[in-house]
Ligand binder design. Structure first.
Ligand code: GRF
Length: 209
C-alpha cells in the first residue's frame, strides 16, 4: 500500500530517466512508481522515453515561461499529483530556495563527478568531464545527493568511482561515467528512498491520532 509517487525532471536526452524506467520494469523498485515526467524544454527527448513507457508528461518551456513562471507551473503540477519524491535527472535548471521550501518533499539529483569535486554552478554536462581531464585526476565517478539551495551542495546519498583512462576525451569519459556509475546509482538510490518513504507513510497512517 501507499506507493511512493515520484516525479522525474529532465532537460535533454533522458538516459538516466531510461535507467529508472528499465529498473522499474525489472521489478527493482517495488515501493515506487514514476507518476510524472516533466521537462524544462518542450523538445527534451526524455519526454519521448516517458511517453513510450506510458508515463504522464508535462512539457514546459522555461525559455518562454521565464524562471519564475516555469517554477510556478512545475510546483502546481507536482502538488496536484501528490508527489512524494522529486528526482532531477539531467535537469538544467537550478531550483530556487522558495520552490524547494514550498514543495516539501525530498529532492535528489545525479551529478557526473565525485562531489564535492567538480560540482557547483557551471559544472554540468561535458564541462564536468573536461574539468576532470584538465585536472589530471586518476578517478572520477558519479554522485546522488539531496538538493538544497546550494548547487550540488546537498547531503550525499551514494557515490561510485570510475577510472579516468589514457586517451580519454570528455565524450568517452562521459559515456563511461554514465554506463559504470550513473545508470546504476540513480535507480539504486531511488529504490532505497522509495522504500524508506513508503515505510514512513505507512507508519504515519498506523499512528494513533
Ligand atoms: C548526466 O550526466 C547527468 O548526470 C547530468 O546531465 C547528464 C544528463 O544525461 N546531470 P541524461 O539526460 O540523463 O541522458
Amino acid at each position: 500500500m501507499g506507493l511512493t509517487r515520484l516525479a522525474v525532471l529532465v532537460s535533454g536526452s533522458g538516459t538516466n530517466l531510461q535507467a529508472l524506467i528499465d529498473s522499474a520494469e525489472r521489478g527493482e523498485n517495488p515501493a515506487g512508481r514514476i507518476a510524472l515526467v516533466a521537462s524544462s524544454a518542450p523538445d527534451a527527448y526524455g519526454l519521448e522515453r516517458a511517453r513510450a513507457a506510458r508515463i504522464p508528461v508535462l512539457a514546459l518551456d522555461k525559455k518562454a515561461l521565464g524562471s519564475q513562471g516555469f517554477e510556478a507551473r512545475l510546483l502546481q503540477a507536482l502538488l496536484e499529483q501528490e508527489i512524494d519524491l522529486l528526482v532531477l535527472a539531467g535537469f538544467l535548471h537550478i531550483l530556487s530556495r522558495d520552490f524547494i521550501a514550498r514543495l516539501q518533499v525530498p529532492i535528489i539529483n545525479i551529478h557526473p563527478a565525485l562531489l564535492p569535486a567538480f560540482g557547483g554552478r557551471g559544472f554540468y554536462g561535458l564541462k564536468v568531464h573536461q574539468a576532470v581531464l584538465a585536472a589530471g585526476v586518476p578517478f572520477t565517478g558519479a554522485t546522488v545527493h539531496y538538493v538544497n539551495e546550494i548547487p550540488d551542495g546537498g547531503q550525499i546519498l551514494l557515490q561510485k568511482q570510475v577510472p579516468v583512462l589514457p586517451g580519454d576525451t570528455p565524450e568517452l569519459l562521459q559515456q563511461r561515467v554514465m554506463e559504470q556509475a550513473e545508470w546504476l546509482l540513480l535507480p539504486q538510490a531511488v529504490a532505497r528512498l522509495c522504500t524508506e518513504l513508503q515505510r514512513q507513510k505507512e507508519a504515519s497512517l498506523d499512528a494513533p491520532s
